[in-house]
Ligand binder design. Structure first.
Ligand code: ADP
Length: 370
């Protein structure tokens, strides 16, 4: 089967890596000539935001999927009309890629998400009490396009573009649940992961899986996943990012209609990884079992501050000597501060041991430039 992926980054690369044991042809589209997928797939250099480029890329494929949601969804809708299978479908990609539509989607389907106000331009009066969070309607990624407005003084920093103004949640934990549904309507859900963020970089730092949850919290999450999948009405693999607040209520922060950083530890921690699952969704195969073998965790390898240029993974040999520790690099030759260059998965018998190992590994390795 000819499988086309919009985006040629690490998510696509790990999907292809995992699917190489099957017999398919992978095609990727990315603007960067040295994108992580460029050397391991049939690669087209081009802009996945451009209507004609996406249409041309997709028209001779059996199925087209995405590894980034900021793509030209109108072209995907046209491909659907022409009979190309698009997973997930163009409509849900379009909804999710605009924060305003995404928030309205949750409201329509009674999915709990922080209270919000839509602001189309800077003239509009903000009714939300301070403090609140402003999220750009489009263009946000990896924590960019999100800011907290705490005081009257901060009003001057408000972005003057279409955005969502959202109630600031008193967060106890940030959780993520990866769900998959194939065309036959079969559903599988990965164990819930906790995401421990790095406040400085605003980039995901550690993942920990599975998480201990009370029956009440588990029920809230089950209800969210069920409502979400019914509302989406498309095959796909989705990462639902959740806030657990200090009162024990679960809220949907946002959803990614694709593979997600919060699922990387499934590569070694679970019976099957999110990448295997995505492959099965794309091909409408029976879905894979998602059981966690043990405690698993992940830390991102991000470019160190003050380092830009040809990458060196300082301390990598020492990490390779550790048991149940797995390095995944993304094939990026140039590092820069904050750039996601790879990740390390770690397995352990308890949460405490896992945290200890993650902290140790983090202190052992540094992503620097030559
Ligand atoms: P991105 O898609 O860029 O990762 P998010 O919407 O996930 O953006 O926001 C980034 C981070 O900002 C979240 O992980 C969370 O820590 C914080 N955040 C976002 N929305 C809220 C909110 N309503 N209340 C409190 N914190 C928030």
């Amino acid at each position: 089967m000819k499988i086309g992926i919009l985006g040629g980054g690490q998510l696509g690369r790990m999907l292809i890596q995992s699917a190489l044991k099957y017999d398919d042809q992978f095609y990727t589209l990315d603007p960067a000539s040295d994108a992580p997928c460029s050397s391991i797939s049939h690669f087209t250099q081009g802009n996945f935001n451009d209507y004609d480029t996406v249409l041309n890329f997709g028209k001779d494929k059996d199925v087209v999927t995405i590894e980034i949601e900021h793509v030209n969804a109108d072209a995907l809708a046209e491909l659907e009309k022409q009979g190309v299978k698009v997973v997930p479908n163009a409509a849900i990609i379009k909804t999710i890629q605009q924060k305003i539509l995404q928030k309205e989607f949750y409201k329509t389907y009674d999915i709990p998400s922080p209270e919000f106000q839509v602001v189309w331009d800077s003239e509009e009066k903000i009714m939300m009490p301070l403090p609140f969070v402003q999220k750009m309607n489009t263009g946000g990624y990896d924590g960019k396009g999100v800011q907290v407005i705490k005081t009257e003084d901060d009003y001057q920093h408000l972005w003057k573009e279409a955005s969502v103004i959202e109630n600031l949640v008193d967060i106890d934990k940030e959780l993520s649940v990866i769900v998959a549904r194939n065309e036959n309507g079969e559903t599988k859900i990965f164990p819930v992961t906790e995401m421990v963020a790095d406040p400085k970089l605003n980039l995901l730092d550690f993942n920990i899986c599975p998480v201990f949850l009370s029956d009440d919290i588990r029920n809230q999450i089950d209800s969210i996943t069920e409502k979400f999948l019914n509302a989406v009405n498309s095959p796909g693999l989705f990462a639902i990012e959740l806030f657990l607040d200090k009162q024990g209520k679960v809220w949907v922060n946002e959803t990614a209609p694709r593979l997600h950083n919060s699922g990387h530890q499934s590569q070694e921690g679970n019976a099957n990884s999110q990448f295997e699952q995505m492959y099965r969704v794309v091909k409408n195969l029976p879905l894979a079992d998602t059981d966690a073998f043990t405690y698993s965790g992940m830390l991102n390898l991000v470019g160190a501050e003050g380092h830009a240029g040809k990458v060196i993974y300082e301390g990598m040999d020492d990490v390779l000597k550790l048991p149940k520790t797995y390095i995944h690099l993304y094939g990026k030759t140039e590092t820069k501060p904050g750039r996601k260059m790879g990740h390390i998965n770690v397995l352990a018998d308890s949460r405490e041991e896992l945290m200890e190992k993650l902290i140790k590994v983090k202190s052992m390795i540094k992503v620097i430039a030559e």
